[in-house]
Design a protein around this ligand. Sequence first.
Ligand SMILES: CC(C)(COP(=O)(O)OP(=O)(O)OC[C@H]1O[C@@H](n2cnc3c(N)ncnc32)[C@H](O)[C@@H]1OP(=O)(O)O)[C@@H](O)C(=O)NCCC(=O)NCCS
Length: 273
Amino acid sequence: MVDTDGARIIQLGAEDAAAGLLLSTEAHWNQTGADWLVFLREGTVLGIRDGRVLVATAALLPYPGNNAWISMVLVTASHRRRGLATQLVDACLEVARKRGLTSWLDATPAGAAVYGPLGFTPTLQLRRLKLVTSTPAATPAPSSAPVEALCARDRRATGLDRTVLLTAFAERPGSRIVSEGGAIALVRDGRTARHVGPLFADDSAGALTMINTIVRSENGPLLIDAVASQGAFLEGLTASGWTIERPFQRMRFGPASATGGELPFAVAGPEFG
Ligand SMILES: CC(C)(COP(=O)(O)OP(=O)(O)OC[C@H]1O[C@@H](n2cnc3c(N)ncnc32)[C@H](O)[C@@H]1OP(=O)(O)O)[C@@H](O)C(=O)NCCC(=O)NCCS
């Protein structure tokens, strides 16, 4: 049994990717083994084992410019409500504090209940939407924009330099960067559905045109994490068959350090911001 008062927190390594994937799959999340390796190689992933079994995780992924994303906060169903998530997120915050990083995260409703008491404050809201297409498409079109263009737009919009992350995404088999008019988006593989995001556009009409282009060239289900305040975009998505699966609440711990100049239409994913 895990000792709930001060369970032993360990730092995980690349060899724990499969055990991490079991936890995110149990929660029906879309992450792949490649996603876990981003956190395990580029970030700090903390975990708690019960015997030899990994039962809880939390990850801190630093971004240049004194920011970090906290994610992969997962506790297996049999070990919930014993304070494990609280302990792990607290330990991530300690890592961030020592490095002088402002921590951000995109919380599920259950997660927000854990993070609020720790001192996180809400910022913007997201909506996860899903599209199950019935029309078969040709094989996905190749990338139509270089990764440098996506990184530059991402930096301008979010204030974060995520060149390393976005380049790693773009290099994965099946990834493509689509650009049309003033819009640009990344599409990548997920465990259960392809993920669209981040997506930037000059206006909601441009963002919806981009989505329609992507949908026409994709097979299988698609997921997108849209910024909730992009109302016309969200309405356009639901009018064309996308369904809202769940909300996410973006939260911040520490001073506002990233000053974005443009609101994205969709983010890279709740685990990456
Ligand atoms: C959310 C999750 C990580 C919480 O893990 P946990 O170890 O059970 O959380 P804690 O025991 O530290 O909870 C601390 C407090 O948060 C609140 N809380 C935790 N889970 C909650 C839930 N499902 N609903 C409402 N409040 C909740 C409670 O106030 C709890 O204190 P209490 O048990 O004394 O009432 C876990 O339920 C989980 O893995 N869920 C699926 C994945 C997920 O949503 N992860 C969060 C991503 S942002």
